[in-house]
Ligand binder design. Structure first.
Ligand SMILES: [Fe+2]
Length: 443
């Protein structure tokens, strides 16, 4: 998986020009019949005619695969019809105010309380359907007044959705808690040092953990085609802990070694200690948009003495970490990620109990995205389930949808579905099981 790239040179980053669909797709191997639902993945796909500025930027496009009792019923791709996409609504209005209904909705897909959202951290969620139609922006009955992270956390014990929004104008971070029925129940301001780029956060049984890290807004870069954020040597770095049972209590902050974290793998607590596992960059965007190698990293926050232990869990550079969503907030054993390699696609699986890892190498010329873990319905074990992902093959200039057995990643694909068009590199996906969001329309 390549991070720093020139979309004019790298075929797997080039946007697709059309919305297509195809039915009853050819499958090599066997799709598990239990996987009946929708795989949806989001990513930037600038419309034809817009310049390829940056692979983080551009109109969000959803790619969806409908699986039904062992068959791949359809693939389709659709742009998210935000107000910016439909009528060019500017995110920053002429008077300098921000239109949270405008934006690109290009980063992730999430289902909660029977609804599906396309998310980008600068704007409101956009509700979409499993058919990839856009419903519209969502401010949760007027209660949401901030941007909304692309990485909310669903608590498997309570069904609550925890989220946050960070903003530059004026700078700040707001924590949001949604009830299991989708009602935005509480919003609390979280004081941060400055205009930090806060992409992800963590949830444990008792706590919410914020990452106040030294990649901060640089207004001189706004409008240049680069991400308007840079490493700040003087900002420092800290983790902020909020109590779930009373988030109005001021967060407690813990200093850490400067670093950057886009993505949290998982986190849990035993009341006195919080364990937080992340993909850690030693620094980021210090010189232009440099992408140093990452490590899988564990922070251990001792709430009593204020110390934070830091330990590397794996030296291999990866991104897009995922774990069993049933273990969010809880002790867990297995994690999955895409290895960062410019020449080949490799899915890596971690056994954190044993301190070991194995992998599946799709081979040279293949590029992969995030492996999304889907647990099997029966509880045969934490890694009983599947990894779903798109794989791009540069030699064919074509993409496949692939299912791996998560309990035996090294075995290679259980099923490979040939897609009618290339799926460009993107960000995050979700598996939405049949029944999770209502009856299928059958299309
Ligand atoms: Fe992300």
């Amino acid at each position: 998986m390549r991070l720093a790239a020139d979309p004019t040179r790298d075929a797997f980053l080039v946007p697709v020009a059309a919305e297509v669909e195809a039915f009853d797709l050819p499958v090599s191997g066997a799709l598990p019949p239990e996987l009946t639902g929708w795989f949806m993945r989001n990513g930037p796909n600038p419309r034809p005619g817009t310049p390829p500025l940056h692979w983080f930027l551009g109109d969000g496009m959803l790619h969806g695969v409908r699986l039904e009792r062992g068959a791949a019923r359809w693939y389709r791709n659709r742009w998210v019809r935000t107000s910016s996409f439909v009528d060019g609504a500017p995110f920053i209005r002429p008077d300098g105010s921000v239109d949270l209904r405008a934006g690109v909705a290009n980063t992730s897909v999430l289902a909660h309380a029977g609804r599906v959202y396309a998310l980008v951290e600068s704007s409101f969620p956009y509700e979409v359907t499993t058919e990839l139609e856009t419903v519209g922006p969502c401010d949760f009955s007027g209660r949401l007044a901030t941007p909304f992270t692309a990485h909310p956390k669903l608590c498997p014990r309570t069904g609550e959705l925890h989220a946050f929004g960070y903003r530059m104008f004026p700078k700040g971070v707001t924590y949001h808690r949604f009830d299991a029925d989708g009602t935005l129940a509480q919003s609390v301001e979280v004081p941060v040092r400055g205009a930090t780029m806060m992409h992800d956060f963590a949830l444990t049984e008792r706590y919410v953990v914020f990452l106040d890290l030294p990649v901060v807004f640089d207004p001189t870069l706004a409008g240049t085609g680069a991400m308007p954020y840079r490493w700040d040597e003087h900002y420092g770095a800290r983790l902020g802990v909020l109590h779930r049972d009373d988030p109005t209590r001021a967060p407690v902050w813990f200093e850490i070694e400067p670093c950057y974290v886009f993505h949290v793998l998982n986190a849990y607590d035993d009341e006195a200690t919080i364990t937080l596992d992340v993909v850690r960059y030693p620094n980021l965007w210090r010189e232009r948009e440099d992408w140093p190698p990452t490590t899988l990293h564990r922070f251990t926050i001792d709430l009593a003495n204020g110390r934070v232990g830091e330990a590397g869990l794996d030296e291999r550079s990866v991104e897009f970490p995922r774990a069993d969503p049933r273990r969010t907030t809880m002790p867990y054993r297995f994690g999955y990620a895409a290895q960062r390699d410019e020449t080949r696609g490799v899915v890596r699986k971690y056994d954190l109990a044993r301190g070991s890892a194995n992998e599946h190498d799709f081979g040279a010329g293949r590029m992969i995205g995030e492996p999304v873990f889907v647990p099997a319905a029966d509880d045969r074990g934490e890694d009983a389930g599947w990894l779903l992902l798109f794989v791009y093959d540069a030699t064919r200039d074509a993409s496949d949808f692939v299912v791996l057995d998560a309990s035996d990643v090294a075995r290679g694909p259980l099923a490979t579905v040939a897609l009618p068009q290339r799926v460009p590199a993107g960000f995050h996906g979700s598996w939405i099981a049949e029944g999770e969001v209502g009856a299928p329309s059958g299309g």
